[in-house]
Write a protein that binds this ligand. Sequence first.
Ligand SMILES: *[C@@H]1O[C@H](CO)[C@@H](O)[C@H](O)[C@H]1NC(C)=O
Ligand SMILES: *[C@@H]1O[C@H](CO)[C@@H](O)[C@H](O)[C@H]1NC(C)=O
Ligand SMILES: *[C@@H]1O[C@H](CO)[C@@H](O)[C@H](O)[C@H]1NC(C)=O
Ligand SMILES: *[C@@H]1O[C@H](CO)[C@@H](O)[C@H](O)[C@H]1NC(C)=O
Length: 337
Amino acid sequence: MIPWLLTACIYPCVIGPDFWGLLHGDWRMCTAGQMQSPVNIDPSQLLYDPHLMPINIEGNIVEAVFENTGQLPVVTVKDLPNRPTINITGGPTMPYRYKLHQISVHFGRADEGEKGSEHTVDRVRFPAEIQLLAYNSALYPNFSVAMTSPRGLLAVSVIVDIGKTTSVELRRLTVASQSINYKGQTTNLTDFQPSALLPKTSHYVTYEGSLTFPGCHETVTWVILNNPIYITNDDLQIWNEMQKTETKQPEPSYMTPAYRPLKSLNGRLVRTNINVGSKQSTVSSSCPSNVYVEMGYQANPGRNKRNDSVSRRYVPTSEVFEIDSIRPDDVSKAGSF
Ligand SMILES: *[C@@H]1O[C@H](CO)[C@@H](O)[C@H](O)[C@H]1NC(C)=O
Ligand SMILES: *[C@@H]1O[C@H](CO)[C@@H](O)[C@H](O)[C@H]1NC(C)=O
Ligand SMILES: *[C@@H]1O[C@H](CO)[C@@H](O)[C@H](O)[C@H]1NC(C)=O
Ligand SMILES: *[C@@H]1O[C@H](CO)[C@@H](O)[C@H](O)[C@H]1NC(C)=O
């Protein structure tokens, strides 16, 4: 409709994510949508849902293409007959089966201390976020159809924090990223192991949201894992070399930071399988907000408390959503796959 706007936006692109909805009819959801992503996860507002099962990743090694799209580094799993696949089952999207389609990496600028995760926890942004996007293969033939359809997509999000060593599979991706510094460059990953990018935890939070890139379709069930994986500062610097341009420019146009601004929850529930309530029985009798609410969800002890410093008193720190409290010392646990 407005091609000049898109051409005017070659590089550096001055049209930020907040204007996506105005650029193209199919991107209307980016501005009109009310169930958009990413969001801030407020640990005091989580609802414990005992029916949330762990996520299962089936399959191991796949072939994939790693591409610099000019916006993000994206790994796309080769979706061909008789090729290995990764299925994701369980979790909040049970009983459907999802097929892993792509993995995108969002990062900040290491040298400037700028963080790049899309989701924040308690308003804290993290150095990077890896998102595994899978489509509902029980209902839809491929990613493109699922993307615009109900119950179409599942996004599993891994927060990346700075540590003493880089987790093995992320290190391999980091090395591969050096051959796709410019837009349009691709490299083949012949033995890519997506499950090795996940931290060793079955704990997560989940909510219904959208794609964080145009057309921002509200078809995504988000799962944000409760532990980070780690990357060294030096390796994060390597990702920072990613450029938005097809060739080397006198004034490099770097990809970072590549996150969409936070969107409001607008009343959406954020559920968790972290049982923050079970050990609260003595507290619950004295804490009026710690009650079972509709649909069998158990409210967190701190829920409905406006004043954070009051609610925190009732929530032992070991039991709250704890991404923020895990430090690089845990790297030996998280880094060995
Ligand atoms: C994934 O699910 C499909 C059926 O949809 C099945 O054919 C395939 O073998 C499964 N892959 C793995 C790795 O379990
Ligand atoms: C996805 O499936 C639809 C319907 O079968 C088909 O029209 C479309 O070309 C497919 N898209 C891709 C990218 O394979
Ligand atoms: C990746 O593999 C495809 C075949 O699957 C091949 O056509 C292409 O040239 C390869 N790309 C690179 C960069 O090696
Ligand atoms: C929150 O509660 C604490 C302790 O009761 C109090 O000192 C503080 O002023 C309150 N903060 C706000 C913003 O109401």
